[in-house]
Design a protein around this ligand. Structure first.
Ligand code: PLP
Length: 431
């Protein structure tokens, strides 16, 4: 497209208002029109470059328009685009084999769909089928999707539009140490938040709970990474009651935290794991993976029109290959440590930063007022000022006050330096 043929932000906003349902909101008071991507950078219609530290919400882990992935995806697109799962094709079985190779423990059998919401819906249904139970547990401040059940499992009121959610779901406190629900401090708390799960099962459920679903690291909840012993304790409690653990790795999977899947940090294998986002590096794909034993309970015909789609499967195969070949998990570990240190330096300098947390290239800086209340307006200003300086970051948390970094895993130290300097300048200008 020629530069002068772009619609431009004002006209896009006008068309959005006229033709899109208003729930589809966008970031920034003065948004730009993004027209091109190249690995860790995106470019707007004026040619301005931005360091993308949000990766389309943790999606383009291997970079925008990564040439290796794009070439293979385009080849497939030209040869055969779609058949659906009633016909035999190769990429879907190759992809399932790859996932079985990289997933932790005995997770070996996959089902493919087109989004994260669908993956979570499917995972929950599988848990209910296997256990012949229906009740569920979910974490406060978790986000699991936009569908009826996904939204009902979501513990963030910001994302809960449905005023008639699915029943049989109990919420348990999330391991949010900065604002502990029990007013305790880690490690003296002895993981009260995990133990409280037992209390909820005993007092608010029929004790016939099928599964607990949890993001391994909460993304939209404000980058909540649990203390190291948390999931071990959770698993012990769930095992006592025969409750399955479903790990939603939709934001944190595929190398982002320094391991292929975040649950590996704590040596816990979930019973079912859900994936999407980085799996397709920008192409729509979702999946859930489980053990042979649990998979065996799902035998009635189950098809997803786009599940295992040839083009998405080839993109996912190429993405996994790229992540492994370039050891992006170790890049995430190394650069994540750099980013965290730099954010901690800023925390010492600016009292607006109340907390810095996260693992690998999944980091958040929580902005607060003097009384520790969420500095929501400041977060909006910071986001805008960073964008003006050519850096894109996210905004998460129940108070929408956590500046969130989830860049492509191919990002470099100098890009992150540019991003942190932009944050530093924005915070300085707040006063
Ligand atoms: C942790 C998590 N689970 C599920 C979803 C839903 O995925 P999708 O938007 O692909 O349906 C999201 C989306 O942001 C997510 O962050």
């Amino acid at each position: 497209m020629e530069e002068n043929s772009y619609l431009g932000p004002e006209e896009i906003i006008r068309k959005k208002k006229e033709f899109l349902i208003p729930c589809v909101y966008h970031f920034y008071k003065k948004p730009m029109q993004i027209v091109r991507g190249d690995m860790q950078y995106v470019y707007d219609h004026t040619g301005k470059r931005y360091v993308d530290c949000y990766a389309g919400v943790s999606v383009v882990g291997a970079g925008h328009c990564n040439p290796d992935i794009t070439e293979k995806t385009c080849d497939q697109l030209k040869r055969l685009q779609h058949t659906t799962s009633i016909y035999l094709t190769q990429p879907v079985v190759d992809l399932a084999e790859q996932l079985a190779g990289i997933a932790p423990g005995e997770l070996r059998k996959s089902f493919f769909c087109a989004s994260g919401s669908e993956a979570n819906e499917g995972a929950v249904m599988l848990a209910q089928l296997f256990s012949n139970r229906s009740e569920l547990l979910a974490l406060k401040s978790g986000l699991h999707g936009r569908t009826k059940l996904g939204m009902s499992l979501t513990g963030l009121s910001f994302w809960r539009t449905d005023s008639n959610p699915v029943g049989g779901i109990s919420f348990v406190p999330n391991p949010y140490c900065y604002r502990c629900a029990f007013g305790a401090t880690y490690p003296n708390c002895d993981l009260k938040c995990a133990d409280y799960i037992k209390e909820v099962i005993e007092t608010s459920s029929s004790k016939q709970v099928a599964a607990m679903i949890t993001e391994t690291i909460q993304g939209n909840g404000g980058v909540i990474a649990p203390p190291p012993e948390y999931f071990k304790r959770v698993r012990e409690i769930l095992d006592q009651y025969g409750i399955l653990l479903i790990a939603d790795e939709i934001q944190c999977g595929f190398g982002r935290t320094g391991k292929m899947f975040a649950m590996e940090h704590w040596g816990i294998t979930p019973d079912i794991m859900t994936m999407a986002k980085t799996l397709g590096n920008g192409l729509p794909i979702g999946a859930f993976i489980t053990t042979d034993k649990i998979a065996a309970s799902y035998t009635r015909p189950g098809a997803s029109t786009f599940g295992g789609n040839l083009v998405s499967s080839v993109a996912a195969l190429a993405t996994i290959e790229f992540i492994k070949k370039h050891n992006l998990a170790s890049n995430a570990e190394k650069l994540g440590a750099y980013l965290k240190n730099r954010l901690l330096e800023l925390k010492d300098k600016h009292k607006t930063i109340g907390d810095v947390r996260g693992i690998g290239l999944f980091q958040g800086a929580e902005l607060v007022k003097d009384d520790k209340q969420p500095a929501t307006d400041d977060a909006d200003l910071v986001l805008e000022m960073m964008k003006d300086r050519g850096v894109l970051v996210g905004k998460t948390g129940p108070g929408r006050n956590v500046i969130t970094f989830q860049p492509p895993l191919i990002i470099t130290e100098s890009d992150l330096e540019e991003a942190v300097n932009a944050l530093d300048k924005a915070l300085s200008e707040l006063k």
